[in-house]
Design a protein around this ligand. Structure first.
Ligand code: ZN
Length: 156
């Protein structure tokens, strides 16, 4: 996305800088050698993501993403991986729900979302919501697939 378009999307310079930083220098970028691998795409924009998630019982111990996408989808994936690493599946699902509410315009406790809160402006652009939620949807799928190992739970 051109910077001018990004400027139109977001009012705050600080938010723009945070989004651009994550898009240009994505955290946890790559693929894991082990773990659950989810491929997802957003046909309306052309975003493609491969998310690998490694669980330790109910906890997301490591995750990484690759693929290609627009500024919003890449920044969102980077912010998501940073936020949910080390969290339990239940906490991560709650954050996914919170993020989804935020980008569809509901008033939520944004602070819990870390850097992902800087994508709140997406709510003004419904056609970009799928870009922002792509990585989170991949995470939800990974948790559904492999993240509910209750019987192996060793955490209090
Ligand atoms: Zn996109």
């Amino acid at each position: 996305m051109a910077l001018s378009k990004l400027n139109a999307l977001y009012g705050s310079k600080f938010e723009q800088m945070a989004i651009r930083d994550h898009a240009d220098h994505p955290r946890h970028h790559g693929e894991l050698r082990a773990g659950c691998v989810i491929d997802m795409n957003n046909p309306t924009c052309g975003d493609v993501i491969r998310l690998s998630v490694k669980f330790d019982g109910n906890t997301i111990s490591e995750l990484a993403f690759s693929g290609h996408g627009c500024t919003i989808s890449t920044a969102s994936a980077s912010m998501m991986t940073e936020l949910v690493r080390g969290k339990t599946s239940a906490d991560a699902l709650a954050l996914a729900e919170l993020f989804s509410k935020m980008v569809t315009g509901e008033a939520v406790a944004k602070d819990e979302l870390g850097d992902a809160q800087f994508l709140a402006g997406v709510s003004k652009f419904p056609q970009r919501v799928k870009c922002a939620t792509l990585a989170w949807n991949a995470l939800k799928k990974a948790i559904e697939t492999d993240g509910h190992a209750e019987s192996r739970t060793t955490h209090a």
